[in-house]
Design a protein around this ligand. Sequence first.
Ligand SMILES: Nc1ncnc2c1ncn2[C@@H]1O[C@H](COP(=O)(O)OP(=O)(O)OP(=O)(O)O)[C@@H](O)[C@H]1O
Length: 362
Amino acid sequence: MTITQEQVLQALSNVEEPDLKKDLVTLNMIQDIHIEGNHVSFSVILTTPACPLKAMIENACRNAILYFVSKDVEISINMTSRVTTQKNTGVPGVKNIIAVASGKGGVGKSTVSVNLALALAKTGAKVGLIDADIYGPSVPIMFGLEGERPKARDVDGKTRIQPIEKYGIKLLSIGFFTDPNQPVPWRGPMVSTAVKQLFNDADWGELDYLVVDLPPGTGDIHITVTQTFPVTGAVIVTTPQNVALADAKKGIGMFMMNAINVPILGIVENMAYFTPAELPENKYYIFGQGGGKKLAEQLDVPFLAEIPLVKGISDSGDAGKPIVLDEGSIMANAFIEMAKKVAQQVAICNATAIDKKTLVNN
Ligand SMILES: Nc1ncnc2c1ncn2[C@@H]1O[C@H](COP(=O)(O)OP(=O)(O)OP(=O)(O)O)[C@@H](O)[C@H]1O
């Protein structure tokens, strides 16, 4: 039996990427085909290492070769990834900017931002995190970095702030530059300049995702960030109460305004239900049930996750070691599943935006 590269490509052209609705060959996702006798190997280049459909795509490739080429083929598939990007994010080397926002304060936006960034990194992506919440920067506490000051260093003749590296991600917080005991009365222009510096004057290097923890509500910083940098999409965090949902709706409305026009990657409902640590299968919907999902349906945006109210989430944040680092725990898995859905939506946004061009895989 002589197997040709054309036969392999022809077979794989029957496998559709379920999110992007095109076949893997058209999407240029098949590379490095090697054939030796009846042994065929190739790489599948996914759009994110956090792809939730990885196993399904691998299976479909295997079945397509067995069905369309021969059932006697031995197959080795290398599932790898190259995160897509659609445009220059305005920050050299950064492929995607993910804004995390909420209509209200205290709903867990920083908790979601931090665990999202770390979960994406755990899947193998290169990740940065900017804490742009000038009213209550929480990243220094959540990473156990209070009192730290990032260093500056000369890069190509320019002085650049060096993001601090911890738990596998690079991070900067407005809180590293202010005294936590001294309230800072920010004026509009000062805020804009300070936040832009976190993007422009830092040495971020190559990043697949730069997660930005925005302040609650809709204000100056949202306008500065979205109008200065082409944000790939926004994740909206809410709690189940009607007051929070109403504000989340306003927040989503702001991103959808023509002047801002940032795609909504989806809604995360935080503190969706209470779960006692000793009885994790018991769910008590103390603030009402299904509000986030309903809002997502109403606004026709994805619903990303229900994150329970668990004491461990709060304790781990206060202790400087976010819960997603607690390998294998139910909470860590919940945040990893959420991160996979976010990465999936980023890939869909990128593919949709450049649908008429070719998918940029750089
Ligand atoms: N799912 C959860 N279970 C238990 N505690 C949580 C959960 N999510 C957040 N918290 C806790 O709630 C408090 C507020 O969370 P967080 O700081 O993330 O909110 P926020 O929306 O970023 O607030 P703000 O932007 O107004 O400062 C923190 O003490 C955090 O540890």
